[in-house]
Write a protein that binds this ligand. Structure first.
Ligand code: URA
Length: 218
């Protein structure tokens, strides 16, 4: 699977240009895609994003005896993983990522946008006890304004997390800029960077409200 790091931006933004992922993302974008298909597509895309976001995990050699011979083979070493879902749409990505990362712990952060201040307000926060020792991969399908993602990353840093990555299906340039300004240390992995945000904060062309489409609440 090839990835395209965008060279000009500071903290890495990696757009996964694999044809399979791009095809599934295109299917997910269509307003005609049903809830069950949308949910399956998000899960499958999330698996592919999990594959890419873990590409640089360190490995170490261990001894294994195959039916034929003894050998030294690589296994993942270093920090254990924690996936953190930004509620509620992030939950749609969890199963696909856990398929590939079955040992990962899972945390949840619930944020809503205050209609007056437009700031992200926390209503739920639950993480594994040893989260500060883990590499935390924060998941949210849509990086739109970047406010929720930025608040979630700040909150995780307050909780002592030092190794962070952010993964989304789709990003707007505005969200990327905001996240990179607030958290230049956090690499972003996405399936695509779209054109812009509209006046309602939706990504254009985007795929609509990811949470509503995953949970069929529209
Ligand atoms: N959240 C969504 O679900 N969709 C968008 O386009 C922007 C934010």
């Amino acid at each position: 699977m090839t990835a395209s790091p965008t060279a000009s931006l500071s903290a890495a933004i990696t757009v996964i240009d694999h044809p399979l992922l791009q095809h599934k993302l295109s299917m997910a974008r269509s307003a005609d895609t049903t809830t069950d298909n949308f949910r399956r597509l998000v899960r499958e895309i999330a698996s592919m994003l999990a594959y890419e976001v873990t590409r640089d995990l360190p490995t170490e050699l261990i001894s294994v005896t195959t039916p034929v011979a003894d050998c030294q083979v690589p296994v993942i070493s270093g920090k254990k993983l924690c996936l953190v879902s930004i509620l509620r749409a992030g939950n749609g990505m969890l199963d696909g990522m856990i398929d590939l990362l079955p040992g990962a712990r899972v945390g949840h952060i619930g944020l809503y946008r205050d209609p007056q201040t437009l700031e992200a307000v926390e209503y739920y926060f639950k993480l594994p006890e040893d989260v500060e020792d883990r590499l935390v991969i924060v998941v949210d399908p849509m990086l739109a304004t970047g406010n929720s993602a930025s608040a979630a990353l700040s909150r995780l840093k307050e909780a002592g997390v030092t190794s962070l990555k952010f993964v989304c299906l789709l990003a707007a340039p505005e969200g990327i800029a905001a996240l990179q300004a607030a958290h230049p240390d956090v690499p972003i992995t996405t399936g695509a960077v779209d054109s812009h945000l509209n006046d309602h904060g939706y990504i254009v062309p985007g795929l609509g409200d990811a949470g509503d489409r995953i949970f069929g609440t529209r």
